[in-house]
Design a protein around this ligand. Structure first.
Ligand SMILES: [Zn+2]
Length: 376
């Protein structure tokens, strides 16, 4: 495995494997990534989740669109980690950053995945320019209008109802070792910021998120840290608890559907528009106290991710968020574009009066900062 700091292992039979299989080819068990010398070191110069590169697989190339470092706010006394603030509006972007990095590093040009709303949309966005995605739609009824616009708005997609056989390596199910690595960075962020809470409450559908956070805590402990959080899987009373949650000792907390509606109301009034599944974590966190609720996704108005004006829009978004930045700093956050593309677009924007610049002397060199000329 050369310079790799990681290896794939089946947690069913313990075998070491050569690829990020969704299920172990020998026993069908889940596959995870383990680190040969786990260390937790934050590298603030790297974009997105890659600041935690010491506990992520070391790939030849990394892809980031500035995912992660999502804000934490207090809503009715509950700390809320707002994953809507990811590039496509969902926590899945963390997983996509790892999957896209794997694809780019290993030269995978085609990936196939079953259609799962937020996960697939995020994946399409991250694999743009890297790999084509074959999306398997089981039933036409499973596509909402919003989904259709988002899917067909991308040009790296091929939608099919046929479960075409392609190599296992190129098949990406939601449960796979790369997804787990991406999602676990949520606990790294809480730990890095020293957020004080006993519980991290997550909604449970497939159980992949809950399991990923447990794995993140395990990795931190192996690296010698003492994160001291407990992951709590929040479910609506009567719903089934996934096997992966049961088997790995994740604490489960049930909540009445009525309470979830109440939570939705509270969140919406505070400006957090989310899905019922996501509000479940908030409802449980309110009852438990001393908790961070992970709001996995939020409503993000649709915009086409492709096309001419896209980089310009990304620049405006970045400057709105950060105030002032150099072209290089922007490029570090959006590495799917070239640095040259940033200079080119910024020149045009400056000529049109959309951005203003100032030159600051830093040491012996001049640094050019850009900002939005007027605040809308
Ligand atoms: Zn196995």
């Amino acid at each position: 495995m050369g310079n790799n700091n990681y290896f794939y292992r089946c947690i069913g039979c313990g075998r070491e494997l050569d690829a990020p299989y969704s299920a172990c080819p020998f026993c069908g068990g889940p596959v995870i990534i383990e680190y040969s010398e786990p260390r937790f070191r934050v590298d603030k110069s790297r974009p997105g989740i890659w600041r935690y590169g010491s506990l992520l697989p070391r790939f030849g190339e990394t892809v980031s669109h500035g995912e992660g470092l999502t804000p934490i706010s207090s809503v009715d006394g509950v700390l809320v980690k707002n994953e809507k603030k990811n590039p496509t509006g969902t926590y899945a972007d963390r997983a996509s950053a790892v999957i896209a990095s794997y694809a780019r590093s290993t030269g995978v040009r085609l990936m196939a995945t079953e259609y799962i709303e937020a996960f697939t949309q995020s994946l399409l966005y991250y694999l743009k320019g890297i790999a084509k995605v074959r999306v398997l739609v089981r039933s036409l009824d499973s596509l909402s209008m919003d989904d259709i616009v988002r899917i067909y708005g991308m040009n790296n997609v091929d939608v099919t109802t046929k479960d075409t056989i392609i190599g296992d390596e190129a098949r990406i199910n939601y449960l796979n070792p790369l997804t787990i690595e991406g999602l676990k960075t949520i606990v790294f962020e809480l730990y890095e910021r020293g957020v004080r809470a006993e519980n991290i409450v997550v909604p449970v559908e497939t159980g992949v998120l809950a399991y990923s956070l447990v794995k993140g805590l395990d990795d931190l402990r192996r690296a010698g840290a003492e994160p001291g959080y407990t992951v709590v899987a929040a479910v609506v009373k009567g719903a089934s608890v996934p096997e992966i949650v049961k088997r790995h000792g994740v604490k489960v907390a049930e909540i009445e559907a009525e309470e979830v509606l109440d939570a939705l109301g509270r969140l919406t009034k505070k400006g957090f528009v989310t899905m019922p599944i996501s509000a479940v974590s908030f409802a449980v966190a309110r009852i438990l106290g001393s908790s961070v609720a992970v709001l996995t996704m939020g409503f993000k108005p649709y915009r086409l991710y492709t096309g001419r004006g896209q980089l310009r829009e990304e620049i405006i978004e970045l400057l709105r968020e950060k105030g002032r930045m150099t072209a290089y700093e922007m490029w570090k956050e959006r590495q799917s574009y070239t640095l040259r593309a940033f200079y080119k677009v910024l020149r045009g924007m400056e000529a049109r009066g959309e951005v203003c610049s100032e030159v600051v002397v830093r040491g012996a060199r001049k640094v050019k900062y850009f900002k939005l000329c007027k605040n809308p």
